[in-house]
Design a protein around this ligand. Structure first.
Ligand code: CA
Length: 230
């Protein structure tokens, strides 16, 4: 039998701890709980979890400091981290992503949403970096940097390729322009929101040449997602 994936939860708010413990245990994960940054860091080193859920505001050592130390150590550097931030702490979120967090979730969050993020990251971790991603009749070859739709080769620029890769790794999830900027363009602060639309348009045009259904969904006033439709 497959051993349960271990998740370390570093969170000082009792009710959120309970919520996470309950939902993640139900989903088959092994949970390690702790409520301050110092213990969290030690437990991460000792127990080598598959994923860490890290609160931003913590006693003894802040979330961002825990993250910094995790990323500076060889033995914890590659453990995925999802930061938990309070609503409106936009600056924290960006600093968290800069600091090496893999994702973030804003409180209050729905357990289903959090679980989806956790599963997506663990799946990515477990499979490593697949040489090929597929979604519907689209196939993306990461080694050869080639894209095919229904067997037809499609030419994409490097940005469109990264966009498509990001969408295909996270199929069905809606991303705001802001989130796409973070994930696809990284720290390039000179790129604006309009740029995202331009590249989405190019990507859409390129992958729809075969006349199949449009897989890029525009979600009004929210953003975009990649969805396989029959
Ligand atoms: Ca807290």
């Amino acid at each position: 039998m497959e051993t349960a994936k271990k998740i370390l939860v570093i969170e000082d708010e009792q009710d959120i701890q309970t919520l996470l413990d309950y939902n993640l245990s139900q989903a088959g994960f092994e949970i390690i709980l702790c409520e301050n940054g110092e213990d969290g860091l030690l437990l991460a080193i000792e127990s080598q979890p598959d994923l860490i859920l890290l609160d931003w505001m913590l006693p003894l050592l802040s979330g961002i400091e825990v993250l910094r130390q995790l990323r500076s150590r060889m033995d914890t550097r590659d453990i995925p981290v999802i930061m938990l931030t309070a609503r409106g702490e936009e600056g924290d979120r960006l600093r968290g992503l800069d600091g090496g967090a893999d994702d973030y979730v804003t409180k209050p969050f729905s357990p289903a949403e959090l679980l989806a993020r956790v599963r997506a990251i663990i799946r990515r971790q477990t499979r490593g970096y697949d040489a090929k991603l597929t979604g519907g009749d689209i196939e993306l070859d990461l080694e050869q940097k080639r894209v095919k739709r229904d067997g037809t080769s499609i030419h994409l620029g490097p940005t469109e390729f990264r966009l498509l890769e990001h969408f295909m790794r996270n199929q069905g999830r809606v991303y705001s322009r802001d989130q796409l900027l973070d994930s696809v363009w990284g720290n390039d602060v000179y790129v604006g929101m309009r740029t995202v639309d331009v590249h989405i348009r190019r990507l859409r045009k390129a992958i729809n040449i075969t006349g199949g259904p449009d897989m890029i969904r525009t979600v009004r006033s929210m953003g975009y997602s990649f969805e396989v439709r029959d």
